[in-house]
Every structure is written in C-alpha cells, then in structure tokens.
Design a binder for this molecule. Structure first.
Ligand code: SAH
Length: 389
C-alpha cells in the first residue's frame, strides 16, 4: 500500500475526520496516481485513514475508511450503499415524489461520487478520474443494493475519450417524467451535464409554492427549465421566466404542459438577466416575488458574471422592479461562497441603498443530500427568502 505522510502538526484535522486530503498538508504526492489507494499517516508514521487519489477542489483525494484492516472492495461499497439506502426509506415511501439523491459523496462516505434516483432510473456522477477507476466495484455494489430500471452515468471531470450515458438496464425514452411534491418535471439523463431539474432545491421550491406564490406576480431569473415557475404557477397570479438559453423556452413550456398549465398563460423570455432588468424597467413591469438562482459563473457576449463578485448587481437590478412589500429568493450553490459571506453581501448591498429588510427563511440542502459534519463546503446550497420593507 502506498502512503502519504502529513506535514508535521497537520494531523489534528484529519484525526477529527476531515474527509478531504489537502495537497498542501502532504509532504510529497508525486508518487500518487489517480485511483490509487493509500494510507494517510502522521510524520511519525501513525496510521490515520485509508484514502483514494481523486483530485478535486484543493484536495488530492478522499478518506474512505478509518480501519486499517478494511479492504476497499465491492463489499465495502455495498456496505455504504446499504446504509445510504436505509437512510432514504422515507423518500422511497413518500407519495408524490419519485426523484431523490441516493448517495451524496462525502456525506455518505465516498467523496467524488453521487447517485440519484429518477423514478427508478439511476444517475451516477463521477467527479474525478480517480473515483472512476473504481467503476467496476461501484457498479457491482449498486446492482446488489439498489432496485433500478436503468443506470446512466455522467463524467464531472475532463476526459475527451469518455462521454457517459447509458450503462445498463432497460433504457427509457427521454424525457422521462418525475414527480416532486406533486409537481411533474421532464428529465433527460442522456443529454449534457444537466438533467432538467436540480433535485437539491426541492424544499426551496416547495417553500416558494406554499408561502410566497399565492396571488402574486412571480419573476424567475436564470429559469432554465422553469422549475421555480412551474411549482408556483397554480398559486400565482402570473409567472415570468427569464433565461439566456434558447432551449429554455420549449423546456419550460413542456414542464407547464405536464402540469396542466397552458404555457401561453405564462410569460417566458429568452434574454440576458441584466437586459431583462432594463426591459422590465422601461415597460413598468413589477413583481411581488423575484427568484434569483444563478450559476456560479456565466459568460454572455463579452461580459462575465461571478456570484462571489457580482451578486450585488442582481439584488440591485431586482429591487428596481420589485413591487411594494415584495420578496426576494436569493440562491447560490457555490461551495466557496459561505453563508456568512452571502449574508454579508445581502446586508451591505441593501444597507447601501437604505432598504429595510428581514431574512424570513434561510434554507439549505434537503436530508437526502446528506452532508459531512466535519466538512463545511458539503453544505454548498444557500437559499434565502427576504422580505423587503
Ligand atoms: N434556477 C434554475 C437553474 C439555473 S441553471 C432551476 O431552478 O432549475 C443556470 C441557468 O442560467 C442556465 O439555464 C443558463 O442558460 C442561465 N444563464 C446563464 N447566464 C445567464 C444570463 N446572463 N442571463 C440569463 N440566464 C443566464
């Protein structure tokens, strides 16, 4: 077995079960290749953990076990999947929801690997070449533990020779329809990196529907397939979806249609968010609830947008077209943008323009996206409902 030796004094955090092995904490790592197993040891050669090499974030790999005698084989993955499976009993038995996360990387014991269930069609996501080296063992264990109709995979690391897609089982015709809290959405597991729905936002969608939609005009920015609009539409007075991508129009219309809502009764704009701010201002359009759920980075024409630097511009743009007593739903899924920093941007931006506000709900990941207690970035999702006064 290969070893990686910690620099002197670096063992405390790993003894406290920090799961990501950070490059700067290791004495030398040139001998470690993607997919290698290794023992993490102190500078006095005391064993701490068994890990694998899979480069991600600031890390060279993830802890798999704290038991030196434990072999990393199909039974190892089977044991973890079995626990994860049991912990999802609630979701398997929940009426009105057929899609949820089955295995959430470090939260469930293997950083770099997620498995989602879309109504019996499983999606594996591999986040490094290293974890992909365990593909055979992981597949064997999945087949032994989880019930499924088909299995698909996506590569979340760069490798031009691997495309992902169908793995095994009975291939459905896409899109398939999944249900979440009694709303229906189209899903495609075999088309690019996104599937049509971000499962981690399910509780936020429900909150929007239950508390912030009734008889309101809702604006959904960065709307993608319109999930936030679709969930709100039955309660709302109107919904307006805005996304730069051409494909978003038909995907959003289809999701409305699935739920018995005439797409023509709702507004859809294929437009840059900042252009939409100008457009709505010029036409005196105002909204009662504005949803902002942007990607961490985006580029349009020559402009770039980064959530950590430019969130204030989104808030200010939205304020201009927010009606009296309006609400903002501000989201980010950027793991390097902490809740504290996000709240500070909100506070500074609103104080600067003398706007009074209240944080009504601060939400994060649902239970199926199990997080790791000693690894803060695993709580990457932040969703804040604001009351503007
Ligand atoms: N809020 C969505 C997910 C957003 S995914 C949901 O709940 O499902 C990010 C989306 O932002 C993509 O669809 C992308 O086309 C869109 N996008 C990126 N830059 C944009 C811009 N400048 N203006 C409008 N949409 C943008």
């Amino acid at each position: 077995m290969k070893t990686a030796t910690l620099n002197r004094g670096k063992e405390t955090k790993y003894n406290n079960q920090y799961p990501l092995i950070e490059e700067e904490d290791i004495y030398a790592h040139d001998h470690l290749k993607e997919g290698d197993l290794f023992y993490l040891v102190t500078n006095k050669e005391e064993y701490i953990a068994t890990c694998y090499v899979g480069r991600q974030h600031k890390g060279i790999g993830w802890v798999l076990s704290y038991d030196k005698d434990e072999d990393i084989n199909a039974s190892f993955f089977e044991r973890l999947f079995q626990i994860a499976h049991e912990e999802r009993t609630y979701f398997y038995n929940l009426d009105g929801t057929s899609a949820f996360r089955l295995f959430n990387s470090e939260g469930d014991g293997v950083g770099g690997l997620t498995i989602d269930n879309y109504d019996g069609h499983l999606l594996i996501q591999w986040y490094s070449k290293g974890i992909y080296k365990f593909r055979y063992l992981v597949l064997k264990a999945i087949e032994a533990v989880f019930e499924y109709t088909s299995i698909y995979e996506k590569m979340r690391f760069k490798d031009d020779s691997l495309t992902g897609g169908f793995v095994t089982g009975e291939a459905p015709e896409f899109p398939i329809v999944i249900e979440e809290n009694n709303t229906f959405y189209n899903v495609n597991l075999d088309d690019g990196l996104m599937t049509g729905i971000f499962l981690d936002q399910k509780e936020v969608r429900k909150k929007l529907r239950d508390k912030f939609s009734k008889e309101r005009d809702i604006l959904n920015l960065f709307s993608y397939t319109g999930a936030f609009s679709v969930v709100a539409a039955n309660e709302a007075n109107s919904t307006t979806s805005v996304d730069l991508a051409n494909r978003s129009r038909s995907l959003t219309e289809d999701n409305f249609g699935l739920n018995g809502i005439d797409p023509k009764s709702q507004y859809i704009y294929v437009m840059d968010t900042f252009d939409f701010f100008n457009y709505a201002r010029r036409h005196d359009h105002f909204y009662d609830t504005i949803v902002i759920d942007p990607p961490s980075f985006a580029r349009n024409k020559k402009k770039t947008f980064s959530v950590t630097k430019d969130y204030d511009k989104l808030i200010l743009g939205a304020l201009d077209i927010l009606g009296p007593d309006g609400n903002l739903l501000l989201c980010t899924n950027n793991s390097t943008f902490s809740l504290k920093a996000f709240k500070k941007v909100i506070k500074d931006t609103l104080e600067n323009v003398d706007v009074d506000y209240e944080l009504i709900e601060v939400m994060g990941l649902p239970k199926d996206f199990k997080t790791h207690p000693h690894y803060k970035p695993s709580k990457y999702l932040k969703a804040i409902f604001l009351q503007i006064k």
